[in-house]
Design a protein around this ligand. Structure first.
Ligand SMILES: [Zn+2]
Length: 287
C-alpha cells in the first residue's frame, strides 16, 4: 500500500544527475525552478498555499544548488537560503500542498538538512565536496562517497482483539493530543523487533502479529517513518510515565465522539499517523 504521494510527478533522475554538464543545462533551461529552504526548515508559500519557487538565475554552483529532480522535464532545485515571507514550517506548510509539491518539499528539506550537518568526512574528518547534483558528498582525502542519511522510525497502529485502536499521549504534547506509538529503530534491530519493543516500553503492551503497511519520509530532521499494524495480546496498558503518560484503546465510536467533543486532538493531516488512523476509521486496517 502506498500512502505517501503515489501520484507525484517528481522524477529523481538518479542516472542523469551524476553528469555535471547535464545538471548545469537544466539550471540554465527556461522554466527551471529554485526552492529556498530556510532555517528551521521554513518553506516559501504562494497565496494559495502552494510552494513558491524562484526562477534559477546566475551561474550554476554545484556546491550549493541541489537538484531535487524533474517535473514535466523541467529542473527543480533546492538552496539552503532564507526565503522571503510568507513562509511556513515544513511540517505545517505541507498541509495545503499537492502530491508533487509535497514530494519536492520533503526531498528539498532532506537534502538541505543533510548538507547542514555533513560538511566533514565521518572517517577522516576532511572537508567533503558535493557531487551528483547534491546527492553525494565526496571526501578527496580518503576517496569515500557519503550519501544522505535517513533515520528509520516505526509507528504502529496497535489493535486489540475487539479492533479497538491504541492511542497514547506523549508528555511533550498539548493536553488532548493523542497518536500512535512510535520510536526510532535501535542499532542492530529489525523493524518488527522495534515495533514490539516500543509497544512494550511505552504502553506495556505485548503485540503478537505485526504487519508492515506503508512508509513516509519525515525530514524533521531526517526520519523515515515505517508504518505498521500489530495485534495486542491483551488490552491491559501500563504507560512508561516518562515519554507516555496516558493511553487507551478506543472503539471507532469513542474516537469519533472524543474528536467531536474536542477532547481529542488527532495527529496532523499530513502525518502517516493520520493516514493509518484513517484506514482504521474506515475499517480498512487489518493485521
Ligand atoms: Zn575522508
Amino acid at each position: 500500500m502506498e500512502l505517501w504521494v503515489p501520484g507525484s510527478e517528481l522524477d529523481r533522475v538518479g542516472d542523469d544527475r551524476i553528469h555535471p554538464e547535464w545538471v548545469e543545462g537544466l539550471w540554465d533551461a527556461d522554466g527551471a525552478r529554485l526552492l529556498r529552504v530556510g532555517s528551521a526548515g521554513r518553506l516559501p508559500l504562494d497565496g494559495s498555499g502552494g510552494l513558491r519557487f524562484d526562477r534559477t538565475s546566475g551561474a550554476f554552483d554545484g556546491q550549493r544548488h541541489l537538484l531535487v529532480g524533474l517535473v514535466n522535464g523541467v529542473g527543480v532545485f533546492a538552496l539552503d537560503a532564507e526565503p522571503d515571507e510568507p513562509t511556513a514550517s515544513g511540517r505545517f506548510g505541507m498541509v495545503t500542498l499537492g502530491e508533487t509539491d509535497k514530494d519536492i518539499a520533503v526531498t528539498a528539506l532532506a537534502l538541505v538538512n543533510w548538507h547542514r550537518v555533513a560538511p566533514h568526512c565521518g572517517v577522516c574528518g576532511g572537508d567533503t565536496l558535493v557531487g551528483a547534483a547534491g546527492h553525494v558528498r565526496h571526501c578527496p582525502s580518503c576517496r569515500r562517497d557519503r550519501f544522505p542519511r535517513t533515520d528509520p522510525a516505526v509507528i504502529t497502529a496497535i489493535l486489540d482483539a475487539n479492533d479497538r485502536l491504541l492511542l497514547a499521549h506523549n508528555t511533550a504534547w498539548d493536553a488532548n493530543r493523542m497518536s500512535l506509538v512510535a520510536g526510532f529503530v535501535d542499532a542492530g534491530e529489525s523493524l518488527e523487533a522495534c515495533v514490539r519493543r516500543e509497544a512494550f516500553e511505552e504502553v506495556g503492551v505485548r503485540v503478537g502479529e505485526v504487519r508492515y503497511v506503508s512508509s513516509q519520509p519525515w525530514p524533521f530532521p531526517r526520519s523515515l517513518m515505517l508504518g505498521f499494524v500489530a495485534r495486542a495480546e491483551s488490552s491491559y496498558i501500563t504507560v512508561d510515565g516518562l515519554e507516555i503518560d496516558r493511553a487507551a484503546f478506543l472503539t471507532r465510536d469513542e474516537y469519533e465522539q472524543l474528536l467531536a467533543d474536542g477532547r481529542l486532538v488527532a495527529p496532523g493531516s499530513v502525518s502517516i499517523a493520520a493516514a493509518l488512523i484513517g484506514l482504521w476509521r474506515r475499517g480498512e486496517l487489518s493485521v
